[in-house]
Design a protein around this ligand. Structure first.
Ligand SMILES: C[S@@+](CC[C@H](N)C(=O)[O-])C[C@H]1O[C@@H](n2cnc3c(N)ncnc32)[C@H](O)[C@@H]1O
Length: 195
C-alpha cells in the first residue's frame, strides 16, 4: 500500500519519467525474475526501479550474482529503495551513466530496464539506450531485459548492434497497463537477425 501511494505521488511529480500509474504487478516481476534466472551473468543491474516492484522479485536472484546495482533518477524513489533494500547498491543516477559503472572487463551483465522509453524525453531515451548498449556490447553473454507498454509486436527500440536480436518473452495482460517483456541478446551463430 505504501509503495502504491509513493508510486502514485511519483507519477504526479513526473508523469513522463514514471510512465505508468501503478508499480509492476507480481506477475510481471515474476516473468522478469524467470528471465534473469536463465542467464549465468554475475552482475545484475536494474535501471528505473521506481518503488521496487521488480527489485523485490529480483532479490530472490541476488545470491546468484556478485553484484546487484540499482539506478533510479528520482530522489524520492531512490530514498525509498534504500530504506526498503538496505543491502542493495542504490544509485540516485540517470541510467545514461550505466556504462560508467566500474566493472570487471568482459564480465557478462544482465540489465533489467523499467525505463518508460515511450514517454521519456527523446534525447534522454537516446542517451540511456546508447549507454546500455555500450555496456553490453563488449561483454559476451550479456542481456538487456526491457518491458514496454506498447503493442506486443513492437520492439522496445530499433538500431540494435549487428549480431544482436530482440526476443519476445511474454505479455502480461494482468499488469496495469498490460506489459510485454523483451530480451535483447546475441544472435546464436548462424541464425538470421531480426531487428
Ligand atoms: C515504470 S516506472 C518503474 C516501476 C517499477 N518497476 C516499480 O514497480 O515500481 C519507471 C521508473 O524509471 C525511472 N526513470 C525514468 N527515467 C530514468 C532515467 N533516465 N534514469 C533512471 N531512472 C529513470 C522513473 O523515475 C521511474 O521510477
Amino acid at each position: 500500500m505504501r509503495q502504491r501511494l509513493a508510486f502514485a505521488l511519483g507519477y504526479l511529480r513526473n508523469p513522463r519519467h514514471v510512465g505508468a500509474i501503478a508499480p509492476a504487478s507480481r506477475a510481471l516481476a515474476q516473468a522478469i525474475l524467470d528471465e534473469v534466472l536463465r542467464s549465468d551473468a554475475r552482475v545484475l543491474i536494474e535501471v528505473g526501479a521506481g518503488t521496487g516492484g521488480i527489485t523485490n522479485a529480483l532479490m530472490l536472484a541476488k545470491d546468484r550474482h556478485d553484484r546487484f546495482v540499482v539506478f533510479e533518477r528520482d530522489p524520492g524513489f531512490a530514498r525509498l529503495l534504500n530504506a526498503r533494500f538496505p543491502e542493495l547498491e542504490v544509485l540516485n543516477r540517470c541510467a545514461s551513466l550505466v556504462d560508467q559503472l566500474p566493472l570487471d572487463a568482459l564480465a557478462p551483465v544482465t540489465v533489467v530496464s523499467s525505463l518508460p522509453l515511450l514517454s521519456m524525453p527523446k534525447l534522454e531515451v537516446q542517451k540511456c539506450v546508447t549507454a546500455m548498449l555500450s555496456l553490453l556490447a563488449h561483454r559476451p553473454g550479456s542481456r538487456l531485459i526491457q518491458y514496454t507498454y506498447a503493442a506486443p509486436h513492437l520492439r522496445p527500440f530499433a538500431n540494435i548492434p549487428y549480431g544482436w536480436r530482440w526476443r519476445r518473452v511474454t505479455s502480461i495482460w494482468a499488469n496495469l497497463p498490460p506489459a510485454t517483456v523483451w530480451s535483447l541478446e546475441q544472435t546464436p551463430r548462424g541464425t538470421s537477425i531480426v531487428h
